[in-house]
Design a protein around this ligand. Structure first.
Ligand SMILES: Nc1ncnc2c1ncn2[C@@H]1O[C@H](COP(=O)(O)OP(=O)(O)OP(=O)(O)O)[C@@H](O)[C@H]1O
Ligand SMILES: [Mg+2]
Length: 229
């Protein structure tokens, strides 16, 4: 299975919060372009705006100023239902804590995005099973998240992010809660599956070790990008 990766263009992106009458400038003229199928690590100090950037790219937040386009479509111009549709069809997320539904099995969690898209239950089941097997969890299909290890939970979250065949995979510290060896395993898997799928991959990490596995590293400093060599 291979999908066209999403092209991302970010031009002078600003994101400002207002809190108790004060302005908090998080992103301040950030400019970057990410090609379809590129794999990019995003690093930067705590509070530098990494999650903010991911939320904007993932259509969970809106820019205050500047332009962000996904495949040439400016995100600011998209209506609510169009944003939801693109999120479901084109974007896969992995968060630091897995955000799995506690009452649903591994299979139920991975099936969810497919069910939401209106695909028949039997097709959803089939796709979820294939994905769970590809992340090495074929023997844990009926487990609830609470009965899975941290690394297994993140692999379920990865399977859920990939099950719709997204053109863009966004992962915000996907291994932040895992020990280094388990984290390295999840990263390997993410890179390997991404190579097969051809999607664009943007991953936030605090680990320079993990970031160095990516061909390109963007560092956020003062609300902008400092590109590492
Ligand atoms: N709703 C909000 N109101 C005010 N300030 C906010 C809001 N959301 C985020 N911020 C501020 O924006 C800055 C960037 O936050 P963000 O979560 O993007 O950082 P980060 O780089 O992901 O940090 P971390 O590595 O700790 O996850 C922080 O200083 C945060 O306090
Ligand atoms: Mg963050």
């Amino acid at each position: 299975m291979s999908v066209p990766g999403v092209r991302i263009e970010i031009e002078k992106l600003r994101r400002v919060h207002h809190l108790h009458g004060r302005q908090i400038v998080v992103l301040d003229g950030l400019t970057a372009a990410i090609e379809p199928g590129e794999r990019v690590a995003v690093v930067g100090a705590s509070g530098s705006g990494k999650s903010t950037l991911m939320h904007i790219l993932g259509l969970l937040d809106r820019p205050t100023g500047g332009r962000v386009t996904l495949d040439g479509r400016e995100v600011g111009s998209l209506g609510t239902s169009e944003r939801a549709r693109i999120r479901n069809r084109r974007i896969g997320f992995v968060f630091q804590s897995h955000n799995l539904l506690r009452e649903q099995t591994a299979l139920g969690n991975v099936m969810m995005p497919v069910r939401l898209s209106g695909t028949s239950p039997s097709v959803a089941l089939q796709r979820a099973e294939i994905l769970l097997r590809s992340v090495g969890l074929g023997h844990r299909l009926e487990h609830l998240p609470g009965a899975l290890s941290g690394g297994e939970q993140q692999r379920v979250a990865l399977a859920r992010a990939l099950v719709m065949g997204p053109g863009l995979v966004l992962a915000d510290e996907p291994t932040g809660n895992l020990d280094p060896a388990t984290a390295a395993g999840v990263f390997d898997l993410m890179l390997q599956l991404n190579e097969q799928l051809g999607s664009t991959l943007v991953v936030v990490t605090h680990s320079m070790d993990l970031a160095s596995q990516f061909p390109r590293v963007l560092r956020l400093v003062d609300g902008r990008v400092q590109e590492a060599a």
